[in-house]
Design a protein around this ligand. Sequence first.
Ligand code: HQG
Length: 180
Amino acid sequence: MSINYTELSKEISYALRHAPWEYELELDAEGFVPIKQLLSALNESGQYERNIVQADLEHIIETSEKKRHEIVGDKIRALYGHSVPQMIQKIPGIPPAILYHGTTHKAIATIMSEGLKPMQRQYVHLSVDTDMATQVGKRRDSEPIILQIDTAKAIISGTKFYIGNDKVWLCDFVKAEAIK
Ligand code: HQG
């Protein structure tokens, strides 16, 4: 039997986004941990067929349809999605004119009155295209609502944008006036 890479990817996301302390990991200011430490934490439980090695992490990053994790030197981090109390420092950037956010019928009324909020995460997550936004929204609603964010309007109203990956932008909030 081979390694279940989906399961492994989810566990890595859980460790690096939400609960590093459960793995005796400490994220640095940008969310990185030493790969060696992550590997020994993952292998400690003995839940995988064999020991996870760095090539497995590289395989996940290379083959995943979403760029969730990044290896730089001897460290690895999650690129977005964090909920840890310590605010992960992201690099500010100038977003495309329009970004998208896929959400639920249930949330739409609140969003159109109070804007987009990070909820359980550190940042609001926005997508560069409607395909990605639809995919995100489908996690919670079979027919998600796709919101268009006018990023210039958002910036004027005080929003700060940060780079997630090539398809995901992060920001601190989006006021209703910048949402269509
Ligand atoms: C909604 C996954 C009520 C928001 C995805 C969303 C993404 C509000 C939910 C990434 C609200 C939060 C993030 C307000 C926002 N009132 N509801 N004021 N403001 N919401 O999961 O963007 O596959 O924290 O619309 O693909 O869905 O794990 O955010 O429905 O890229 O790599 O509150 O996580 O990536 O949900 O998803 P989330 P998200 P991975």
